[in-house]
Design a binder for this molecule. Sequence first.
Ligand code: ACO
Length: 434
Amino acid sequence: MSQSNTGTFTLTDNASGESFELPVIPGSMGPSVIDVRKLYAQTGHFTYDPGFTSTGSCESGLTFIDGDIGMLLHRGYSIEDLAEKSDFMDVAHLLLYGELPTQKQKEKFVHDVTYHTMLHEQLAYFYRGFRRDAHPMAIMCGVVGGLSAFYHDSTDIQDEHQRMVASFRLLAKMPTIAAMAYKYSVGQPFNYPRNDLSYAENFLYMMFAVPAEEYVISPTVARAMDRILILHADHEQNASTSTVRLAGSSGANPFACIAAGVASLWGPAHGGANEAVLKMLEEIGHKDNIPEFIERAKDKDDPFRLMGFGHRVYKNYDPRAKVMQKSCHEVLAELNLDDPLLELAMELEKIALSDPYFVEKKLFPNVDFYSGIVLKALGFPTSMFTVLFAVARTVGWVAQWKEMIEEPGQKIGRPRQLYTGPTQRDYVALEKRS
Ligand code: ACO
């Protein structure tokens, strides 16, 4: 394949000698893409890219990542600035509407979101159908999917108003659903949301308050919670977001699409990694054991991987991991906690980053490496870590889903394949099969 200076690629079929011009579409930042939409019609070939390592699946104006330099921007604003200077409602508005809100817009947005924080009372009975020891992500998959059975008046995706109401509902109800999943697992009564609190404070309140005593929300804890929500709000076309887009491309309602995203996030290679990091650190137990685990991570015959390390896109330090590491120190200092796991994590990071295997493969800590330690300090049990990620990512999923639905000429997502199964053969009757 050769590139011309007129913004096209020429693809030559060496067998027939035929050449095909492929247009190149530039983005506002980052690599341009080779437009292969007409490739099959022109050449009779598909492209082959399992895992989508070189494939742009959509056009998007939400989030930009430069993995080589460790840059993450939402609508042009750096994640470092957003994490330090804004709050989660600002970032949610930015992702959904494209701009940071004015004071007046923010008041309205916060009002609109808080107005939807309660769940249909009937949904509370849903929880009782689950075992008490169910993983809260299993409950999340069920209850989020169940929302479409309760909010029929916001499932018409062609209606702009209904799309907006569904967006508010998902953003507002996700913390309520998540906190109820936790309360159910520990056998405590559900807390109704409190609209006098901020998004992060209300989530903490629903998670940790009990009717027997007053729950005082620490500003440090609320700020740390808010920052975690910001850091996880969106991350371009990752597995769960792509799942939401693919589910939504068929015209499925937004509640069903977000439930699909929750399911995809659950895996340990994606949102389940923060839970896995903490388990790994506990298993390592002591600094002296680090070399043994590093060796296991490098051994091709051992399935063990250093959890919280490596990323499909970042081949440099994940900028969210830097903010998270700082937040980790602040939270532990202000709460007067001394978690030996933080020391262990920092030592593990130091050793891994000086090991040629990790250096050559450009494996750096990702956001999940430190988030588990912060979440533990905030009082979250390990099983809730991925749930929290789902709460934070909901706004990204919804914004990406909305962007796709509002795109002119939007098409159902339908990848093709390289078929390697048997060629056509005659049917064999049961008595003749050997
Ligand atoms: N520990 C040890 N080796 C690793 C690790 C790791 N954490 N991550 C990647 N490698 C190695 C692979 O074995 C592979 O080696 P090879 O080229 O010799 O075969 C090479 O680095 C490239 O890895 P891939 O798996 O091909 O990279 P991919 O982009 O497909 O995977 C992933 C990225 C899934 C994140 C991977 O790095 C991983 O499993 N990390 C641990 C889980 C984790 O932390 N996930 C969180 C991701 S961030 C998020 O979802 C918020």
